[in-house]
Design a protein. Structure first.
Length: 546
């Protein structure tokens, strides 16, 4: 490369020369602000070059989070391929580094190859739709959004809603004519968005650990969505009540609302638990929300609680109240939030969501896992002394009874599990380590994904309504947590219908990381196999032998 090479000629030089380097699977990985062993993520060669690009064979490019680059030459040689949102420590400095040999031309070629591979893979160089620019906000908005995406969002929102309590089949609602609505989460926040790019204003507006004021459809931070509209729970319930010629009363703001009308069919209380990047929650409860729920339940014999949350929310201060008849963890359902919820409340869809975390009886049950990263030190440290014993693995290890276990969720139907079978698949290699002579592909050593065993069982819908059941496969592995999720399936079943479910087990599913060999190791021995409706609701037990 000549000594007078500048940024412009670098871009021209690497415009289209790497077509033969494209791969079938490409994409981007973002390195963030944290450090690993006190080395920033965007300049940690062990993570980027070693684990990601070598062990996992990643063929896409590594991009920094906004201003997460902390060095020039070091980050380039560590495997960083693209800086956001500007030139950062690179720009003309990268040209100089290549010219003086601090960064090799091969490393530069690798950066550009990875970026162009993704460029061509998605067809951006061949008729890719141009971006439309909003005249006021100057936001680039994609023009190829499917017009029916709202139906899919509504379906996903309902599928992700988890019913955790349902006394005497309180839900689904039976043609209610009078409903009372309470809570700040029932309707859309009244104030304008101060950050138009993020629903509710983003963490700039909601910064800290305060409760989100308004119905929560997405978490905060850069990953928060920006919907074209929001259907709130109140709006969707009002649509239903109006259609049925019923009556609706509400109070969105009071901590201790006036007692509901004596002839109300049900009182629905809406609260949330906000979370975002840039800060950690300091509690898994909220005093105002808990007081609101208890105050409504004190005056309403049929109180239904709906929680929108970005993570775990403890509920033991009120969950056993005799007037609280149903509780739903509604997650972060997106723009069709209200419609997704009413589909569940009114029984158009049977709930099939399962908790992706354990809800403890009290915060202390999480031990050192609770608030483990909250620190105001200049260089906060977390030693990850818990190892892999997180969430349900932690509760199993210390024999702690949770309020609602990992994988838990109720349905409007009932299911029977039967006829468990396990078998070794022909041709599966049970050697301790994968064959070192086989080249690594994207995703890691290809033998890690070889299916070695098959687990099959039968599920029957023994109830009266169509519903999806979510059976879960757990495996017991020596020198590892007692029980580990290794598969699940969404099984749609009509009343009385039975289906055979088949879940494979790969080499990776059964392996542990050997710290001496620095490889995934398949150990000889017997492995327990459990199939159930949650991590603690086990319906079938068996084993396999390696």
């Amino acid at each position: 490369m000549s000594s007078n090479t500048d940024d412009r000629t670098l871009h021209e030089l690497y415009a289209y020369p790497f077509m033969d380097s494209l791969r079938e699977n490409v994409g981007a990985v973002m390195c963030s602000y944290q450090r690993a062993n006190n080395s920033y993520g965007c300049q940690n060669s062990k993570l980027l070059n070693g684990v990601l690009k070598t062990e996992l064979g990643f063929q896409g490019f590594v991009m920094s989070d906004w201003e997460a680059q902390h060095s020039g030459v070091a980050s380039a040689n560590a495997g960083l391929d693209l800086i956001m949102p500007d030139g950062g420590f690179w720009g003309g400095n990268l040209t100089n580094a290549v010219n003086n040999g601090s960064v090799t031309l091969d490393r530069l070629d690798d950066m550009v190859t990875r970026q162009l591979a993704s460029f061509f893979y998605v067809g951006q160089g061949d008729g890719y739709p141009a971006a439309a620019v909003h005249s006021n906000l100057q936001l680039q908005e994609p023009v190829n959004v499917q017009e029916d995406h709202s139906d899919l969002i509504r379906e996903i929102g309902a599928a992700g809603t988890v019913l955790v309590k349902n006394v005497n089949s309180t839900l689904p609602l039976k043609n209610p004519r009078f409903l009372s609505i309470y809570g700040y989460d029932a309707t859309i926040k009244a104030t304008p968005w101060q950050n138009p790019s993020r629903y509710g204003g983003g963490y700039e507006v909601n910064f800290g650990w305060d409760t989100f004021n308004g119905t929560m459809i997405t978490g905060g931070g850069s990953g928060g969505s920006t919907p074209p509209y929001v259907i709130s729970p109140f709006q969707a319930i009002q649509e239903r009540i109006a259609k049925d010629k019923g009556t609706l009363r509400w109070d969105f703001y009071s901590e201790n609302p006036s007692p509901p009308y004596v002839n109300t069919d049900a009182c629905l209380v809406f609260v949330n638990a906000y979370a975002s990047e840039s800060f950690d929650r300091t509690t898994l409860a909220d005093e105002f929300s808990d007081n609101l729920i208890k105050n409504v339940a004190a005056n309403c014999t049929n109180t239904i609680v709906v929680i929108h949350s970005a993570g775990i929310r403890v509920v033991d201060s009120w969950i056993d109240h005799p007037n609280i008849t149903a509780v739903l963890f509604a997650g972060l359902p997106g723009q069709e939030s209200g419609h997704s919820l009413t589909d569940i409340l009114y029984g158009d869809i049977s709930p099939s969501g399962r908790l992706p975390y354990t809800v403890a009886k009290k915060e202390e049950d999480y031990g050192s896992l609770l608030n483990s990263t909250i620190s105001f030190d200049p260089h906060p440290q977390s030693n990850f002394s818990e190892g892999v014993y997180i969430d349900y693995r932690h509760f199993d290890r210390y024999n702690i009874t949770p309020r609602f276990e990992f994988g838990y969720g109720l349905s409007y139907s009932t299911f029977n599990y039967s006829r468990l079978q396990t078998s070794r698949l022909a041709g599966g290699d049970l050697s301790p380590f994968p064959d070192a002579g086989i080249a690594i592909i994207q995703g890691g050593h290809p033998q890690l994904w070889d299916e070695l065993f098959a687990v099959s069982f039968e599920i029957t819908n023994t109830g009266d309504v169509f519903a999806n059941e979510i059976p879960q496969l757990y495996v017991g592995i020596a020198d590892a947590p007692k029980k580990q999720l290794r598969g699940f399936e969404r099984v749609p079943l009509q009343p009385g219908q039975s289906k055979r479910v088949n879940l494979p087990l790969t080499r990776r599913d059964l392996s542990v990381w050997d710290v001496v060999a620095q490889q995934w190791k398949l150990q000889a021995g017997e492995y327990a196999v459990w199939v159930g409706a949650s991590s603690r609701d086990i319906r079938l037990e068996g084993s396999i032998t390696v």
